[in-house]
Design a protein around this ligand. Structure first.
Ligand SMILES: Cc1cc2nc3c(=O)[nH]c(=O)nc-3n(C[C@H](O)[C@H](O)[C@H](O)COP(=O)(O)O)c2cc1C
Length: 265
């Protein structure tokens, strides 16, 4: 490593900020976040909060009623055709989603696909294979699945019942009355346990969690498209309301995206 390069990178960043008329204090929270979670040749630019403390790989709802998801069975359209035909779908019929369809979507989203060095790896890539993203499903209309909020238990491919009942209207209220949520027969919610990834990558782990959620969300949209279903990624919602619905505390663990799914109208 060149001795001058760390000094040089700081100078480059400082001159870029000066050109924009900004000091670190005057930066927006977004710029500051990106700045402090940048690496220079020495590592993280901002304060290092990595704890090294391991958080369990799988979140488990002990004693929850479980529904076993059938194994992957669908061999559908080509990836090229699926990517080309994907679009955000926001209007759905009232037809139910079948259990095998939901299973295929969840397994493609982030089910276990292979093992390496004794570790089970998943459908979407994950920084350091730490897998901070959890998947919840709010079920309104799905055959063989009673209405409720479920957690996708990746370790044994099951749905763990978090709470019974139809929470779709509450989710619709929490997501600024976006019709796609009310019409969605299932609504998938991606959450992140940030402390799973910041333990190793410090605040840079937030970037990795957001990126991973995007990869999982796209897996969901592509699999839904391939099955002839529709889906849309939604980032607009009242965070506290969605976190409260899932009974997660909202900072170390928080909701990131909602993805309504149904039969396109
Ligand atoms: C991070 C993210 C957040 C989004 N949030 C919303 C949202 O809250 N509501 C919505 O209707 N669409 C939302 N979208 C969908 C975009 O509006 C949509 O992808 C875009 O218009 C392009 O259309 P297409 O997906 O059909 O190609 C979001 C997309 C992304 C990637």
């Amino acid at each position: 490593m060149n001795f001058f390069s760390p000094v040089l990178s700081v100078l480059i960043i400082l001159s870029a900020l000066t050109l924009r008329g900004e000091t670190e204090d005057s930066m927006s929270i977004g710029s500051k976040f990106h700045f402090e979670t940048s690496y220079d040749e020495q590592g993280l630019m901002g304060k290092d909060i990595s704890s090294g403390e391991e958080i369990p790989l799988y979140k488990v709802y002990k004693g929850a009623k479980k529904i076993k998801l059938p194994g992957p069975a669908y061999a559908g359209k080509s990836i090229e055709e699926t990517i080309r035909s994907r679009r955000s779908v926001r209007s759905f019929t009232g037809d139910s989603i079948r259990l095998d369809q939901l299973s295929q979507i969840l397994l493609s989203a982030d089910g276990i696909t292979h093992s390496e060095g004794g570790l089970d790896m998943r459908a979407a890539p994950s920084g350091g294979a730490l897998y901070p993203i959890d998947i919840y499903v709010v079920v309104r209309g799905a055959t063989d699945i009673p209405q409720g909020i479920y957690h996708f238990q990746v370790s044994d491919s099951t749905l763990e019942l978090v709470k019974a009942g139809d929470f779709t209207n509450a989710l619709y209220d929490a997501a600024w009355d976006q019709e796609a949520i009310a019409e969605g027969q299932v609504n998938i919610i991606l959450t992140s346990r940030f402390d799973r990834i910041t333990e190793k990558y410090s605040d840079r782990g937030y970037r990795y969690a957001y990126i991973e959620a995007g990869a999982i969300a796209e897996n969901i949209c592509l699999q839904a498209t391939s099955l002839g279903l529709g889906a849309v990624i939604m980032g607009a919602f009242t965070d506290t309301a969605v976190n409260a619905m899932l009974e997660i505390e909202g900072l170390r663990e928080a909701a990131l995206l909602i993805i309504p799914i149904g039969h396109p109208r």
